[in-house]
Design a protein around this ligand. Structure first.
Ligand SMILES: [Mg+2]
Length: 361
């Protein structure tokens, strides 16, 4: 018999992160543990797969921990009610049944992760190896610099240096006080670390004319690409922006699942995939395949994910161009141990499944 538990916990950031929508200093995430006997049915030999829920805002609505825990309970009921044929091996069918019951994407992500973790532990292999990937193909991760004054930007770089030398920087722009502040922050960072590659994320913070001006200006600053320059309700203006932008345009908030990739493909250059947004590793792989079929670049990102969710996503990074999985590196109290930071790359362990254990376990 399957058993799924949900345990909320709070993690705190070393440095609060400010983006165009606001500031976050802490996050209430949820550990999901899915236990099933190794014969998938009634045996005594339990295997436990784990996953993480990280709350995200979708269309301005953020579900609270109580609602998310309730949805985990609903998922358990759906699995239990599906009868004797239910199997932890049927990952696709299991996720389809939850999706059609309206389970939130972050809850889907945690259960998808737990099912994949369970399978990896069952076959006694890390997922990346099960999937035939080579760890040597993993790109370096970006380190994120939030919105702030030029002095705060430099200070943040120095804080990152206490963790490791930043291999690439992702700078948050879309300052609500205007693009003059965006330019000041980016100029300071460019002068301070002229050799480090920089990408920019505006988090929906610009209108079309600001976006056109900034894309031209940022190209002169040798920025690699711009992520989500426009709000989601201006997707229709992406064609016009891209005609005028010398820089590649990536989408994040506008692109949740593979169907969004297909819809937006003609007017973008790349996508940002996040586990909580798309609903797990299975859909992330669909998105990668869809993006590649349309000739798009692929990056993966995170919210306030601990090393648990970031280690799950790291399993897929041999397939992508850009990695932005730095959130756990900015936590003071991550309850888990998982993927390591090696020469600027987030590298999964050789542990089975997603290779994550509780700290001290
Ligand atoms: Mg983004």
């Amino acid at each position: 018999m399957i058993r799924i538990t949900a345990t909320p916990f709070i993690v705190n950031k070393r440095v609060p992160l400010r983006i165009s929508r606001g500031v976050s200093a802490a996050s209430e995430n949820i550990l999901v543990e899915l236990s099933v006997p190794s014969d998938g049915n009634n045996g005594n030999d339990l295997i436990t797969g784990i996953g993480e829920i990280v709350p995200l805002s979708v269309g301005g609505v953020k579900l609270g921990a109580a609602e998310l825990v309730g949805q985990v309970g609903k998922a358990e009921t759906i699995f239990r009610n599906s009868g004797a044929q239910w199997s932890p091996f049927d990952i696709i069918a299991n996720l389809n049944s939850l999706r059609s019951a309206g389970i939130a994407s972050s809850v889907l992500a945690a259960i998808d992760t737990a099912l994949h973790d369970w399978l990896g532990k069952y076959v006694e292999m890390p997922l990346w190896q099960m999937w035939g990937f080579s760890l040597s193909m993993i790109p370096q991760t970006t380190f994120t610099i939030g919105i702030g004054t030029p002095e705060e930007g430099i200070e943040r770089i120095e804080k990152w240096r206490e963790v490791a030398e930043p291999p690439l920087l992702k700078v948050k722009l879309g300052n609500p006080e205007g693009i003059v502040h965006d330019k000041a922050l980016l100029t300071a960072i460019r002068e301070y670390l002229p050799e480090v590659p920089v990408m920019v994320d505006a988090n929906c913070g610009w209108n079309v004319s600001d976006a056109v001006e900034m894309c031209k200006w940022l190209a002169d600053q040798r920025v690699l690409y711009v992520e989500q320059p426009l709000p989601v309700n201006l997707d229709g203006a992406l064609f016009e922006l891209r005609q005028q932008s010398p820089l590649p345009i990536f989408v994040d908030e506008s692109c949740h699942t593979a169907s969004d990739v297909a819809r937006l493909a003609p007017v973008i250059d790349g996508i940002n995939i996040k586990l909580m947004k798309c609903g797990g590793l299975l859909e992330a792989r669909n998105m990668i395949a869809t993006a590649r079929a349309h000739g798009l670049a692929v990056m993966v990102g995170c919210y306030s994910d601990t090393i648990l969710a970031n280690s799950a996503m790291a399993q897929l990074t041999p397939l992508v161009d850009y990695v932005d999985l730095d959130s756990h590196l900015n936590l003071v109290d991550d309850p888990f141990y998982g993927a390591g930071l090696e020469a600027g790359r987030i590298v999964p362990t050789a542990g089975h499944g997603i290779g994550v254990v509780k700290n001290g376990a």
